[in-house]
Design a binder for this molecule. Structure first.
Ligand code: GLA
Length: 400
């Protein structure tokens, strides 16, 4: 991929004024001596609509967040990979690239190490590097901090070793890192969002072909805000529930004689549901209607009718709550309180079982909506939620 030098809010550093200007560069110098060869970044994401569709070969509409993971990196002459994170325990993880294998690295370092492993395993000529990583993507909030980490390292290695891989290829390798190296059976949406999004737009993604297009998502013109409400309930995709849902969808597709649930058109849904065992009915209903909601959301965005997304978001939440059953008390409460306080629509975003809720809100009502959600959480005895304003941001890129 062609690295891009950007000047957005992540670029709050400057090689010319010396490493003291940015803790990322200062720490790199303290750890490894000298300056990095470059700095790369990859963002977290929210998904506007299209949840649990990616591993069904379906459609999604994520956007990148301004929050990102930055990697200061320098190539080494030997095979050693050295990893350090500002969010880690202070230690440097050291491992030869040739020694990377699933299970060889644990903890946070398995995500960046996995990205390097996936590149090497795919036959790309990569060697050692010194990496220092710092992230502003909240962890455990369903905002794809792990994809940001994998993708930032993949794009840094792509630059350091002159690979020039296309974005979807980098996303596939980052997904492989997460699936095979970190042991999380995720789909491709988070990595495609982190690598391929552009500022000001949502990414209309076909998870089967990885075809994607950028659909303008202009909040400001419509005086809208997209609030991200972190319920602070942590989910863990590796805990088995995600894998079970995925297996259920795959079984349903097999029973229907289809390659994937994406191949079931919404107008044949009723007939298909009658042919399935009861426990698979709600799963299939969610996936097929969710693909239809993505298509409808794109139609509305292309028509410039951003406020019309609202009801689709709330309908998507109901489907996750009632059919897919991956909502929880906190996410339901955040959606209800946001909509009652004037949000045009709201839904849980990401893998589920907690994480974050997005609320599309008239900008003037954003303080009322955040206040209502905070008050509702306090009354229910939940921890205070985290709150962010999301703007559709640039995907993975070279910063310096
Ligand atoms: C997680 C996974 C994605 C996707 C979403 C649900 O974020 O990493 O691949 O399946 O859940 O839409």
């Amino acid at each position: 991929m062609t690295p891009r030098t950007d000047s957005d809010s992540d670029s709050d550093f400057d090689f010319d004024s010396g490493s003291a200007a940015d803790p990322l560069l200062r720490t790199f110098g303290e750890l490894y001596g000298g300056d990095p060869a470059g700095v790369w970044a990859a963002p977290g994401r929210v998904n506007i609509i299209g949840e649990h569709t990616d591993y069904n070969d379906g459609f999604a509409l994520p956007m990148a967040l301004p929050q990102s993971t930055r990697v200061a990196a320098r190539r080494r002459d030997d095979d050693l990979l050295r990893l350090h994170s500002a969010q880690g325990d202070g230690r440097i993880t050291e491992i030869p690239v040739g020694g990377l294998a699933p299970g060889a690295v644990t903890g946070w370092a398995r995500y960046p190490a996995g990205a390097v492993w996936a590149l090497a395993e795919a036959g790309h000529a990569v060697g050692g590097a010194d990496l220092h990583i710092d992230s502003t993507v909240p962890t455990g909030a369903g905002l794809s901090s792990s994809a940001a980490l994998e993708c930032a390292v993949a794009v840094a290695y792509d630059g350091l070793y002159g690979l020039d891989l296309p974005g979807p290829e980098l996303a596939r390798l980052a997904q492989r890192a997460e699936n095979a190296f970190a042991g999380v059976p995720c789909g491709i949406m988070d990595q495609m969002a982190s690598v391929c999004c552009v500022e000001g737009a949502a990414l209309h993604l076909d998870s089967r072909t990885l075809d994607h297009r950028h659909v303008p998502f202009d909040l400001a013109t419509h005086d809208l805000s997209l609030l991200v409400i972190d319920t602070r309930v942590k989910h863990d995709l590796a805990d088995g529930a995600y894998a079970e849902l995925r297996a259920g969808c795959e079984r349903a597709a097999r029973l229907l004689g289809l390659p994937a649930l994406r191949d079931l058109p919404v107008d044949r849904l009723g007939e298909a549901l009658r042919a399935l065992p009861a426990e698979l009915v709600p799963l299939v209903r969610h996936v097929v209607t969710e693909d239809a909601r993505v298509a409808e959301a794109v139609v509305r965005l292309v028509a410039g009718d951003v406020p019309a997304l609202g009801p689709l978001l709330t309908a998507g939440h109901a489907s996750l709550r009632d059919d897919y059953r991956i909502s929880c008390a906190e996410t339901d409460l955040a959606v209800e309180a946001a909509v009652a306080a004037g949000a045009l629509g709201a839904r849980m975003t990401g893998g589920g079982f907690g994480g974050s809720v997005i609320a599309l809100t008239p900008a003037a009502l954003a303080p009322a909506v955040t206040g209502a959600v905070t008050t509702a959480f306090a009354r229910a005895g939940h921890r205070p939620p985290g709150l962010l304003h999301a703007a559709p941001s640039q995907g993975a890129r070279r910063l310096a």
